[in-house]
Design a protein around this ligand. Structure first.
Ligand code: SAM
Length: 279
């Protein structure tokens, strides 16, 4: 059942919509309030297939984690803006390959922190902490992050579905600070709302952006290929599928699990992901 204000955890303002709850609602989760459903309805009215953006993003996160846990020896993960616990969480995916892989989740949404601490911290190798992910020094200096992750050994940094909620011009500087702090051999898993600069698709992106930016959340930028690549500067991006050159891919097309029987919706084409290695 969807949460009602009477079930609101301490510290949560049920009159303000939350990115984490809305995204989780699109993924089928139940921890949303009327104020979140209002935004979801507006998005659905503007772009009925908007749900494909959330699903494409989460599928990418899952496949990228499975790839890194299965094919590299990196055993520590810093998941920035981790979101509400859902069907498959980062630690469940990577600990299937390595039960001692260390995962630190970071978020600043009180519902995410409450549910995350209750549901995600299920063994000694999973920790949840609060920090502003748009302030890299706050995350990198965070006591829980420092205690459990060793920055002299390669890490996986996840910034998946996060920086499009950053409004300013400094998104590339934020990622630069994170990438600079990673030791050589580390990986970055990254996704972002995408303006494909194709009129038909840009129009879809703008419809969603208008609701997010002009609504009560004031956040949700669809950035161009050049703007997103600037955030991944200094990384060697891996090929997103057998036929493509290294680089960004529509999330659903990043090493999909199998053939696709139906074409992707226009909305699904408005989110891209990449995995990069720090040389
Ligand atoms: N990374 C998850 C995924 O891709 O499935 C969740 C993405 S969700 C769209 C964005 C998450 O970033 C939310 O959980 C939200 O609370 C978190 N977030 C947004 N701004 C943040 C900030 N300034 N500091 C910490 N977390 C933030």
């Amino acid at each position: 059942m969807a949460s009602s204000p009477s079930q609101v955890p301490v510290g949560v303002d049920p009159s303000r919509p939350s990115i984490a709850r809305i995204y989780d609602g699109f993924l089928g989760g139940k921890d949303h309030y009327e104020v979140d459903r209002m935004v979801m309805r507006k998005i659905n009215e503007a772009v009925p297939e908007a749900v494909d953006i959330a699903r494409g993003n989460r599928g990418f996160l899952n496949r990228a984690c499975r790839f890194l846990a299965g094919q590299t020896t990196v055993a520590q993960y810093l998941d920035c803006g981790s979101g509400l616990p859902t069907a498959e969480n980062t630690h469940q995916i990577v600990q299937r390959a390595n039960p001692e892989a260390m995962v630190v989740y970071v978020d600043n949404d009180p519902v995410v922190l409450a549910h995350g601490r209750a549901l995600l911290e299920e063994n000694d190798f999973v920790h949840m902490t609060e920090a502003d992910i748009f302030e890299p020094s706050e995350v990198l200096g965070n006591e829980v992050v420092r205690r459990h992750l060793d920055f002299s050994e390669p890490l996986v940094l996840l910034h998946v579905g996060t920086l499009h909620h950053y409004e300013g011009d400094g998104a590339a500087d934020i990622m630069r600070a994170y990438i600079d702090a990673l030791p050589s051999g580390s990986y970055v898993v990254f996704s972002h709302f995408f303006d494909p600069e194709v009129p038909e698709l840009t129009e879809v992106a703008k419809r969603i952006e208008n609701i997010l930016v002009n609504g009560p959340m004031g956040a949700g930028r669809f950035r161009t290929h050049a703007e997103i690549m600037a955030m991944l500067d200094g990384l060697e991006l891996i090929k997103p599928n057998a036929l493509s050159e290294p680089g960004l891919a529509v999330c659903d097309e990043w090493w999909p699990d199998g053939p696709r029987l139906a074409p992707l919706s226009l909305a699904a084409r408005c989110i891209v992901g990449a995995v990069g290695r720090k040389p």
